[in-house]
Design a protein around this ligand. Structure first.
Ligand code: NDP
Length: 338
């Protein structure tokens, strides 16, 4: 069983050398009488929140990784053996506790979803049809309270979550602007995902001026993925009764001390509702989400871009790349093609 092991807790930006590629001879087996499942891992998801788990955290919504053990995360897998009544050999599943290894013994299969629709690429269940898709859906429809014609801004807009939020907002008839970190990503936002406008935040020395350029009348909804200076600039540009859905703050994840925000007083002045959310609280909506998004994919109403790398040994580089914006679209690692 090949595995990716976390060496130790990480300070600052994660590096490839924080993880080790290892081959073990240990063979997993479903213990007699247990309800675990044995799976072959197919696709691994690289998610920014995995950075939280690389530090020793207390009071977070996810547990820290265990140094010396394989990294775990979201993934798509095939069931090889099952002690659980809901799963049988041959089932395809996705869930949040797949090991970064070829085979995993999963002791909490209740948290896994069985994959019903297989006439889409299976890797989609790490993204548009999995956790990031649900994040975009719950964040936009449940937290943002969107209305047709509203002005929406999305940061890290070309990523797994952002590209979907933007397209949901366009389908609702909103004016949508996104920010991202390269020209290629800006082209994708405007020409593939149908955003009205997009800008490269790395080329703007004054984010407030950039936002004023694209939102002369202000922003109704900010879908927050990055935090820091961008949030401060957005606060200066929100409209009355605006909403900020705090999905993530990737610019803060590698800092030992989080940056302060200066313009929070605008929450009062503009009567803004700013609300953080975690996707796991919305998984009861998953069937409803699939009913909406599968037809959108089949009818070509939603486009989806993934950044796929081959081989478990590529996983550390892929994960680290999220924090410098190397990924273009959803970052996926192929461990095996079924
Ligand atoms: P992405 O696919 O968007 O990948 C991360 C991207 O973030 C990078 O490609 C990069 O793009 C951008 N980025 C990296 N560092 C910075 C920085 N310092 N400042 C600004 N942008 C940066 O990731 P996801 O779509 O999977 O996740 C987006 C956000 O949503 C994250 O904050 C994540 O933690 C959060 N999230 C929250 C969930 C929840 O339940 N609340 C669930 C899932 C995700 P660029 O080139 O544009 O800089």
């Amino acid at each position: 069983n090949k595995q990716i092991i976390l060496k130790d807790y990480v300070n600052g930006f994660p590096k490839e050398s924080d993880m080790i590629f290892k081959t073990t001879t240990v063979k997993f087996k479903v213990p007699e009488g247990s309800n675990a499942i044995l799976v072959k891992n197919l696709y691994l998801s690289c998610d920014p929140a995995m950075r939280f788990r690389m530090r020793k955290t207390e009071g977070s919504y996810v547990d820290s990784f265990v140094p010396g053990s394989p990294i775990t995360g979201h993934g798509v897998a095939k069931v090889l053996d099952s002690g659980h009544p809901n799963f049988k050999k041959g089932d395809l599943v996705w869930g949040r506790s797949v090991g970064w290894e070829e085979y995993s013994l999963i002791t909490d299969p209740e948290t896994f979803f069985k994959i019903g629709c297989t006439n889409v690429p299976l890797s989609y269940y790490t993204g548009i049809l999995g956790m990031p898709g649900m994040t975009a859906y719950a964040g936009f429809y449940e937290v943002c309270s969107p209305k047709e014609g509203e002005f929406i801004f999305i940061s890290a807009a070309s990523g797994a979550v952002g590209q979907l939020v933007g397209q949901f907002a366009k389908l609702m008839g909103c004016y949508v602007v996104g920010s991202a970190g390269t020209k290629q990503k800006i082209d994708l936002l405007k020409n593939k995902f149908g955003f009205d406008e997009a800008f490269n935040y790395k080329e703007e020395h004054d984010l407030d001026a950039a936002l004023k350029r694209y939102f002369p009348k202000g922003i109704d909804i900010y879908f927050e993925n990055v935090g820091g200076k961008m949030l401060d600039a957005v606060l200066l540009n929100m409209r009355l009764n605006g909403r900020i859905a705090v999905c993530g703050m990737i610019s803060q994840y590698n800092l030992e001390q989080f940056e302060g925000i200066h313009n929070l007083v605008f929450l009062i002045i503009k009567r803004i509702r700013m609300e953080g959310f975690i996707v796991f609280d919305y998984y009861h909506l998953y069937p409803k989400f699939l009913d909406m998004v599968l037809p959108y994919i089949k009818e070509g109403k939603i486009d989806y871009v993934e950044d796929i790398v081959e081989g478990l040994e590529s996983a550390p580089t892929a994960l680290v790349g999220l924090f410098s914006g190397r990924n273009v679209g959803k970052q996926v690692v192929v461990v095996a093609h079924e």
